[in-house]
Design a protein around this ligand. Structure first.
Ligand code: ZN
Length: 483
């Protein structure tokens, strides 16, 4: 989506780009979850940047031949940002496996130390790249995310930071209330990676990681990381993937890295469909936006979107979800999650007083503690209706400007469709598509995709345009985050 930010341009004027791959890129169907990959926030960690280009191509090229890919694209909105730090990448040097040249942005900041922190005050000056990503997270409710790095081989999950505690030693685990989920998500990637799960150290004298996973703080604590920010402030389960021992290998090695990472990258995306999802609504079936939600026993608040949607990844088991919203009595619902498919659980809330205008309902209840740290959480998915599919970057951008202007219009979801969902009919329709499509995949990358990986992507925006134009059915959308 074309977005305007208040910040001035990047030091060098380069832009951040996002590709959305989805069956309906111009729409946001109700309860269709958003998932994202962000790569190359450390500019010299170049493998992820290339694999993201490769992944985009792979998804689109295999839509008609791979049941799993088709299911993913039909049921999911996949957002891919190949480079969060294009300036750093430009100063990095191909063939340098270690070191810091190109790691930082053009102003010398480490972007993975630049986000507001849950545990400690982060006094680092906010960088344009950081602001752009924060704005992006506010405009779209992401459920699941992968943050792709290099220089090690491990899947690292939150928290990355820890509270000061005299009783703990340096690099002790700092566990989230969703530790079981994060361990599982990290292992999905590591065990689908060709060798990450083996836990072999990248260098002599460095420790290996059991099963190729680790708690972030247990590896080494850091302040201002992006994955803790996603989890605490964005309601998004983000895991950091260190996918190559060499940060910037020679381009001839890229096909091997794609082969090693392909299944992990694909399988991880599908995990967005585990757990529970549904609507928070009032007794008249109106959506309740920004309801504060918690899974009982897990002290982490997340929020409903402005269409009343919510998602939470959970392992199989029995749970209670609690809801709070200003003007409504607290509500809770019990539900069961199975390993087979996502559970649908709507939450109905009843007013404590007459609410005349539903559109102004918001939650400012006792669970707002995460907002007190100077952040806005607007976990809403902006409407993306009214746009015609387009294969031109320019056209896409102008179309998106219209989306922004019509932000308050309906989401493009008809009233009858909304009612279908509340009554369960829409859910049944969607479930039909999911059933029977969960087959595994083992299709080798196409020649096109391999050659794309060999480009090292210095002009990947051009590549996006070309790939998109070459495809008659436009499954993909390009977003540009203007800085
Ligand atoms: Zn990194």
């Amino acid at each position: 989506m074309y977005k305007k930010c208040d910040n001035p341009s990047l030091f060098t004027g380069r832009e951040l780009w996002v590709m959305v791959v989805s069956r309906y890129p111009n729409e946001e169907p109700l309860l269709k979850p958003n998932v994202k990959y962000v790569a190359n926030m450390h500019g010299n960690e170049a493998v992820g940047r290339e694999l993201m280009l490769h992944l985009i191509t792979y998804l689109i090229n295999n839509y008609y031949t791979d049941n799993y890919v088709r299911w993913l694209i039909d049921t999911t909105r996949i957002h891919i940002m190949p480079s969060m730090n294009p300036d750093g990448f430009e100063s990095a040097i191909e063939g340098q496996c270690s070191g810091g040249q190109g790691r930082y942005n053009a102003r010398g900041f480490d972007l993975n130390r630049n986000f507001p922190d849950f545990f400690k005050t982060n006094n680092k000056q906010q960088q344009p790249e950081t602001k752009a990503v924060k704005d992006w997270l506010e405009s779209t409710q992401f459920v699941l995310s992968g943050n792709i790095h290099g220089g090690a081989l491990v899947a690292s999950y939150p928290y990355d930071n820890e509270a000061n505690n005299m009783l703990t030693t340096f690099s002790s685990p700092s566990l989230t209330p969703d530790d079981d989920v994060f361990r599982y998500l990290a292992s999905v990637f590591s065990f689908n990676h060709e060798n990450m799960h083996l836990g072999i150290p990248c260098r002599d004298g460095t420790p290996g990681f059991a099963n190729g996973t680790t708690n972030g703080a247990a590896w080494y604590p850091l302040t201002g990381g992006m994955q803790d920010y996603n989890y605490v402030y964005g309601g998004t389960m983000e895991v950091t993937f260190e996918i190559s021992c060499c940060k910037f290998p020679e381009r001839t090695e890229l096909p091997r890295y794609w082969q090693e990472n392909r299944k992990g990258l694909l399988h991880f995306l599908g995990e967005v469909h585990k757990g529970v999802k549904g609507f928070v609504k009032d007794s008249s079936n109106n959506p309740i936006l920004k309801a504060a939600l918690k899974i009982r026993g897990r002290d982490m608040t997340f929020y409903s979107t402005k269409r009343g949607e919510y998602w939470r990844i959970l392992l199989p088991g029995s749970y209670i979800i609690e809801a709070r919203a200003d003007g409504y009595k607290p509500a809770e619902e019990e539900f069961i999650v199975t390993s087979q498919e996502v559970t649908y659980q709507n939450i109905t809330m009843y007013p404590t007083r007459v609410v005349s205008d539903q559109s102004h309902v918001s939650s400012e209840g006792p669970w707002e503690k995460h907002l007190d740290i100077g952040l806005e959480i607007v976990p809403t998915a902006g409407p993306m209706a009214n746009g015609e599919g387009s294969t031109s970057v320019t056209q896409l951008l102008s179309t998106h400007e219209k989306f922004d202007e019509s932000n308050d219009k309906s989401s493009g979801i008809s009233e009858s469709e909304f009612d279908d969902y509340f009554s369960g009919m829409g859910i049944a329709k969607e479930q039909e598509k999911i059933d029977g499509n969960l087959t595994d995949y083992d299709i080798p990358p196409t020649a096109d995709a391999v050659s794309a990986a060999g480009s090292l992507g210095r002009s990947f925006c051009f590549h996006y345009g070309c790939y998109n134009c070459a495809i008659l059915i436009a499954f993909a959308l390009v977003w540009r985050l203007r800085l």
